[in-house]
Design a protein around this ligand. Structure first.
Ligand code: 9MR
Length: 384
């Protein structure tokens, strides 16, 4: 039986992945599932690449925590999404409490990004370059970056990242931008801001920290994805998906609602070619961030705290399987028994945006007409 990542790939996506964190890697049961590249073809470090860990004092860099996750992904043949370069949170005090001129803070940003992106050059499928720059009303969030530099800090960060690694995809990443509204418009404003400044922005990362029963509909999710593509990025991804219960424990009908909400997100991504993949923000409730931040909430992931799969797992898997077999994952009713031939390099073609090569890759290498297999980095070539 093929697993989530294999199914997502057969359905034309680049990956299905999970975030993880350093402390969890000593849990053998946890690792036995996480390292299965057929299940998770992509890994995001939940914390280890953040500024507070990578440059805790000015000019002194430490990549130990991030490197542990990066080498885990590499040794298991999993793509790495890298997270996050410029963010108001988990920022060391020397940055957030510093008294800066515009020139000094620009130099601080440039130095941080040059070192970190330089360190991971060639290893990151994508970087979350700027994270959570928006308030809920679509205006810019207050932060040391915004106070000193105004919105110019955003193109500054994207240009620094592009200069440090030409081959990684550069993303703006935020939450509550999966549905329509002011924050969606703010995201579009950021895409244009970077482009108008002559910078490169490849993608919008929709974190998708959602709530059971309040998840946007599939059609809203799809139209929001399309709005970002129309604004000028070439791809989007669900980067931190979890769908939490506001009160616990979940009821049987609540678990069905959660499954349906996960299904809406999965189908929306399948329905738009430019949605390259889905990352869940860790895979088991045992290591979810939610209870510590929203006490009394949780049970947001596909596996429960005892590593049992929930109804939402079956729904996501079935929808991906139906799409993988051409069964209409975005619209059709999935069947649990359907099977599809495994890809071979000679008898299949890769849809536009799909993976067509890279270290450890064994799938199709021929691109659908109108696209060409293009080297991105050692781990990844894509039909563009
Ligand atoms: O999962 C992360 C958790 O371990 C940290 O304590 C928390 C601190 O802010 O950050 C979590 O990850 C966040 C991500 O980096 C950005 N989007 C929201 C995520 C959940 O808070």
């Amino acid at each position: 039986m093929r697993q989530l990542h294999q199914l997502a790939k057969a359905a034309g996506k680049l990956y299905f992945g999970s975030a993880t964190d350093n402390g969890e890697l000593s849990d053998a049961t946890y690792v036995s599932i996480l390292k299965d590249a057929d299940m998770f073809g992509q890994i995001t470090p939940g914390n280890g690449q953040k500024w507070q860990y990578t440059e805790p004092t000015r000019g002194s860099f430490s990549f130990t925590a991030g490197d542990q996750i990066a080498s885990f992904a590499q040794s298991n043949g999993q793509l790495l999404r890298c997270h996050a370069l410029v963010w108001h949170s988990q920022l060391p005090n020397w940055v957030s409490s510093g008294t800066w001129t515009a020139a000094e803070l620009t130099s601080v940003i440039n130095t941080h990004i040059a070192n970190e992106v330089g360190h991971y050059k060639g290893q990151c499928y994508a970087w979350d370059v700027v994270n959570e720059a928006l308030n809920e009303d679509g205006s810019y969030r207050d932060s040391v970056f915004y106070r000193v530099l105004g919105d110019s800090y955003i193109p500054i960060a994207f240009k620094a990242a592009a200069a440090a690694d030409q081959d990684t995809k550069l993303y703006y990443n935020d939450y509550n931008i999966e549905g329509s509204g002011s924050k969606q418009q703010g995201t579009i404003k950021i895409v244009k801001l970077v482009q108008d400044a002559g910078g490169k922005i490849d993608g919008v990362g929709m974190q998708a920290h959602l709530i059971v029963g309040s998840t946007p509909s599939q059609s809203t999710l799809e139209s929001v994805i399309r709005s970002y593509i129309s604004a000028g990025v070439t791809e989007v991804a669900y980067t931190e998906l979890d769908i939490r219960f506001s009160s616990l424990p979940p009821s049987e009908s609540g678990l069905q609602q959660q499954a349906s909400d996960y299904g809406a997100v999965t189908r929306a991504c399948l329905a738009v070619d430019a949605c390259v993949g889905i990352t869940i923000w860790d895979y088991t409730d045992k290591y979810s961030w939610i209870p510590s931040v929203f006490p009394g909430s949780g049970a947001a992931l596909l596996w429960d705290e005892n590593f049992s799969r929930k109804p939402a797992y079956s729904t996501v898997s079935s929808i991906l399987r139906a799409a993988a077999t051409g069964g209409g994952g975005s619209t059709g009713i999935p069947t649990a028994t359907s099977t599809a031939p495994e890809p071979t390099s000679t008898s299949c073609t890769v849809v536009k945006w799909g993976q067509c090569g890279g270290r450890g890759y064994t799938g199709c290498t021929a691109c659908a007409s109108g696209s060409t297999c293009t080297y991105s980095n050692d781990y990844y070539s894509q039909c563009l």
